[in-house]
Design a protein around this ligand. Structure first.
Ligand code: SF4
Length: 330
């Protein structure tokens, strides 16, 4: 079967699957406090539909899967889906991104279902700032969830920290220390224009280079990891003292679209060739309309074939995607 290669020669093997647009926290840079208009249940893909789509995608060369949301742990019986996906021949990597609030309750079942890789979204180690950012008081629960996941043997565990300028500067070094003490890689994510309220502007982006300077000044020398997979969204660094490392997803200051290998399936069954895509393909209508697997495969190929070179955050032409982050998934 021909691999999924776009018109720029990029081979796509990484599928992000959003299983819900709902969330149990309200990060101000993602979701309004009074968010509503979530997709009604019948509009959300069933586990069987997700599994079917993944089997078709795997037949086209996809071998890396990431479960996202909203908050995926709000999806009832998620371990059932994890088990289905982990059993598909050809799936080499299965990971999940969660805000960690419900991790303590579900970690054991997720582990037993075959999940091993976790990214936990945590921007701060300060309870008050956690509350300020998320508008919820679940800080302790997130830390408990991380500790339980470590004790169960999940690994690697990474922490995704969205770096909003003039808000989290005081967290950059403590997070790195937290990670060094626990063998957890901290991934600092440059704030991207994906919020539903149009809050983003460049002055709110804490840049990778500024964070690197802080870490080098406060902790010590950092070296870029050699021979990194250019398709990986994060640029990884290791502390020269050999204790841990950090990564940067620098979509604004150092876009990595030229090596992008990712496509996304939304919870309501739309295929997106890019996080910032304006158009998308309705997979759900196709599947519920009685289409065959070859039709779904053809739709995936068309979508990848239409993929643009990359986001245009740094150009005047930039148009925010019609969907907010919580309805796309990380
Ligand atoms: S912005 Fe779009 S094209 Fe660029 S790396 Fe992300 S998903 Fe890929």
């Amino acid at each position: 079967m021909e691999p999924l290669v776009d018109s720029y020669g990029r081979r796509h093997n990484n599928l992000r699957i959003s299983v819900t647009d709902r969330c149990n926290i309200r990060c101000f840079y993602c979701m309004p406090e009074d968010a509503k208009n979530f997709q009604p249940k019948p509009e959300i893909l069933t586990f069987e539909e997700v599994e079917r789509f993944v089997r078709v995608a795997v037949s086209l060369g996809v071998n890396k899967l990431r479960i996202t949301g909203g908050e995926p742990l709000l999806r009832k019986d998620l371990p059932v889906l994890i088990e289905k996906l982990a059993r598909i021949p050809g799936v080499e990597d299965l990971a999940m991104t969660t805000n960690g609030v419900l991790l303590s309750q579900h970690a054991r079942a997720l582990y037993d279902a075959g999940l091993r890789r976790l990214n936990v979204h945590l921007d701060t180690l300060d309870r008050e700032r956690f509350r300020q950012i998320t508008r919820r008081d679940d800080f302790e629960r997130v830390l408990e969830g991380i500790e339980l996941a470590r004790s169960l043997g999940f690994g690697p565990i990474k922490i995704n920290a969205v770096a909003v300028k003039n808000l989290v500067e005081a967290d950059i070094v403590p997070l790195a220390r937290y990670g060094r003490e626990r063998g957890i890689e901290i991934r600092y994510i440059e704030f991207m224009p994906l919020d539903s309220q149009g809050l983003w502007d460049r002055s709110k982006v804490l840049l990778m280079d500024d964070m690197l300077d802080m870490l080098r000044r406060e902790i010590g020398p950092l070296d870029a990891v050699p021979d990194q997979d250019p398709r990986a969204p994060a640029t990884a660094f290791r502390f020269s003292d050999g204790i841990g490392g950090v990564g940067f997803i620098a979509s604004v200051s150092k876009p990595f679209c030229l090596n992008c290998n990712r496509i996304r399936l939304t919870a309501d069954g739309h295929l997106r060739y890019c996080l910032f895509a304006i158009e998308e393909k309705n997979v759900k209508a196709l599947m519920r309309g009685g289409a065959g697997d070859e039709d779904i495969a053809a739709l995936i190929r068309v979508s990848v074939g239409e993929k643009w070179l990359g986001h245009e955050i740094n150009s005047q032409k930039f148009v925010p995607p019609p969907r907010p982050m919580y309805a796309i998934g990380g």
